[in-house]
Design a protein around this ligand. Structure first.
Ligand SMILES: [Zn+2]
Ligand SMILES: [Zn+2]
Length: 385
């Protein structure tokens, strides 16, 4: 049975706006996952399993006798941002909004499921993975910990993210590193606070903290190879001092980005060396808490060529490009690529407000391109006999 693409666009637009009006924060996607599961069951998938890694959903569609399986992934979560847009379908959940377009990603993957369930055109198994909590960087891991790779095995995985600033219908990816790791750190300095007029009596922490903030800048500029891309950003400096009292405690928080585990661990190691040295020089105590929130997103080169070639066939060569350099944003999709090769790509969202902006809105004109890419990569990688 052939699907009328205009009908599909209408259906995806209605789903997207429904999801947009009812955004849910990471791991709270109860309504969203019920909505997704209900649609997948309507399309007649072979199996729909909910509650994978919390609120995740996995749909399975089989055609022919092929024993290869590939996965397509969308994210479902929204952000704690009060929406400022005025669309009739604006958020009805105060303080939460789909400011990253995951409503669109979910709708386009549902569209692909409907298309593939109705039309087939492939031989093998497709896993439709709807993951929770992408923004936390925890949802993919929760699904993996819940056995998604063993319970619903697949050999390749593909995912899309909308990109404001890229034209509608434009498609972009990159072999190898495309998005960065995100590490967070908190350094606490502890000394002895006291009177602002008598610094020499105590062990105040603010001057030490300032020295440390400057010292951290040398990790990228003096410790890492100039050929590596990395960022170390101090984003907060909080003390317990007041107008006439020196602080006994200072906390330095920040965020580091890199594109390889080796660089990430070098940043952590150097941070510990610098914190220890500066604390000793200023006679204060220090602790460093360094956590890894997102791992770098590393696209498989051969499968990225396949994705680019499918997109060229669908959207025309002029609409498809290779990103000249990786982005320093992060994506939870990277966790899947730690186990299975695949490709993550960007789809134009036109000149919309930026991601995570209170006026951002996914452009429904992109839905059909996403659905067609998902269906196209399935048909390329699981060709019908
Ligand atoms: Zn986001
Ligand atoms: Zn996102």
């Amino acid at each position: 049975m052939t699907i009328d693409l205009d009908d599909l666009v209408q259906a995806m637009t209605a789903w997207r706006r429904d999801l947009h009006a009812h955004p849910e924060f990471g791991f709270e996607e109860q309504r969203t996952s019920a909505f997704v599961a209900a649609r997948l069951r309507e399309f007649g998938l072979d199996e729909v399993v909910t509650g994978v890694g919390g609120t995740g959903v996995v749909g399975t569609l089989k055609r022919g006798g092929g024993n290869r399986a590939i996965a397509l992934r969308a994210d479902m979560d929204a952000l704690r941002i009060p929406e400022q847009g005025e669309a009739p379908y604006r958020s009805q959940n105060a303080g939460v909004m789909h400011a990253c377009g995951h409503d669109g990603h979910t709708a386009m993957l549902l569209g692909a499921a409907k298309l593939l369930a109705a039309e087939g055109g492939f031989d093998g198994t497709v896993r439709f993975i709807f993951q929770p909590a992408e923004e936390w960087g925890r949802g993919a891991l929760a699904m993996i910990d819940d056995g998604v790779l063993e319970r619903f095995p697949f050999e390749e995985i593909y995912g899309l993210h909308n990109a404001p600033g890229l034209a509608i219908g434009a498609f972009q990816s990159r072999p190898g590193a495309i998005m960065s790791a995100e590490d967070n750190f908190e350094i606490v300095l502890r000394g002895v606070g006291g009177h602002a007029a008598r610094p020499h009596v105590g062990k105040e922490t603010l001057v030490a903290a300032c020295a440390l903030v400057m010292g951290l800048q040398t990790i990228v500029s003096r410790r890492l190879s100039p050929a590596e891309i990395a960022v170390v950003s101090v984003t907060e400096l909080i003390t317990d001092g007041t107008r006439n009292a020196l602080p006994g405690e200072a906390r330095i928080l920040g965020d580091a980005r890199s594109f390889s585990p080796a660089v990430s661990s070098e940043i952590e190691q150097q941070m510990r060396v610098i914190a220890e040295g500066i604390a000793r020089a200023y006679h204060v105590e220090q602790t460093v808490n360094y956590t890894r929130e997102f791992v770098p997103l590393l696209n498989d080169p051969a499968l990225t060529q396949e994705a680019l070639s499918v997109a060229q066939g669908l959207f025309g060569a002029d609409s498809v490009s290779v990103a000249p350099e990786p982005f320093t944003g992060s994506e939870d999709f990277a966790r899947f690529l730690g186990h299975v090769p695949g490709c993550f790509a960007f789809l134009g969202n036109g000149d919309s407000a930026p991601l995570h902006n209170p006026r951002y809105d996914f452009d429904d004109a992109g839905l059909i391109h996403g659905a067609r890419f998902h269906a196209g990569i399935v048909r390329r990688r699981l060709p019908a006999a």
